[in-house]
Design a protein around this ligand. Structure first.
Ligand SMILES: [Zn+2]
Length: 295
């Protein structure tokens, strides 16, 4: 059993959106507890503690649970900018016996390094190739997949540069490319255009987060015709509260996550669809929610 998109470790505070309501302000900086869990689930990005998965012992405990019920492999999609930690991932893999496939490359523009404008496509391509074939820095730990490569909507120039670099690194190494698309139904099309334009093989591209990106079955089937893998990743994020949250942010979204999956099941493309992402925010870790009082 393989899950295709997890974040065993992640420093995702870059996505923190503080509560604006006066009565909720204090909740943003509380630890996740049973007392505030309902509120946290309603919008997982409004609580700082919920956005940090930094505890190695806890990660080992959680990944061992996956292994104990037959889990074999986890793709860890944490890339540069959100806390990728090659040595810690290697330690978790050794401690649990679960294979962990680490990502290479960069997340979205807002977490790019300050000097990203000055980095050339050749340099980024070589960096990704080195991470896949030699290892990250001097750790000796190699990545096994390119991505998730972060894309905003609209795409920034540096994100386009990273996409082209990923495509070129794929030609050199054969590695798959995992994409975090911007939040627009046309984003996956534009991204695949850029990747293919730089020589990527669409059949080895995984378009992530389709559940929150493409809501219309016709558009989904149109995209599926392009030949990439289709990923539905926030599986466990799909609880009722989060559905309500998504609906609040976009009125087109009631049950939107479920419609494309049903569409996929009927489609000729079902063999190219994958699912993942149990772990991204703290409240999804079994042992992370603290009993009252918080420490
Ligand atoms: Zn993502």
């Amino acid at each position: 059993m393989t899950t295709t998109h997890e974040h065993i470790f992640i420093d995702f505070v870059c996505m923190y959106t503080p509560p604006t309501e006066a009565s909720a302000k204090h909740l943003g900086e509380e630890q996740v507890t049973m007392e505030n869990l309902g509120w946290v689930r309603y919008d997982p990005f409004r609580n700082i503690d919920n956005l940090e998965l930094l505890d190695e012992d806890l990660a080992i405990y959680e990944i061992a649970l996956f292994g104990r019920v037959g889990g074999g492999t986890i793709v860890d999609a944490t890339t540069i900018g959100i806390g990728r930690d090659p040595l810690a991932l290697a330690r978790v893999a050794r401690a649990t016996g679960v294979n962990i496939v680490m990502g290479a490359g960069y997340y979205v523009d807002i977490v790019h390094p300050d000097d990203m404008d000055g980095r050339s496509e050749d340099e980024i391509t070589q960096q990704i190739i080195d991470e896949l074939t030699v290892g990250v820095g001097n750790t000796g730990v190699k990545a096994g997949i390119i991505g998730e490569l972060g894309c905003s909507w609209p795409l920034t120039d540096n994100e386009r540069k990273v996409l082209r670099s990923g495509a070129r690194a794929q030609q050199e190494t054969g590695a798959g490319i995992l994409i975090h698309p911007g939040r627009n139904p046309r984003a996956p099309f534009e991204i695949l255009d850029i990747l293919e334009g730089a020589g990527a093989d669409a059949g080895r591209v995984i378009m992530g987060h389709l559940d929150r990106t493409v809501f219309d079955s016709d558009t989904l089937l149109e995209f599926a015709e392009r030949g990439s893998m289709l990923e539905y990743d926030p599986v466990r994020l799909g609880d009722v509260a989060l559905l309500a949250w998504r609906e609040r942010h976009d009125p087109r979204r009631p049950a939107a996550r479920l419609r494309p999956i049903a569409c996929r099941a009927r489609s000729p493309f079902q063999d190219r669809a994958g699912a993942g992402r149990v772990l991204q925010v703290a409240h999804l870790y079994v042992r992370r929610v603290r009993v009252w009082p918080p420490d």
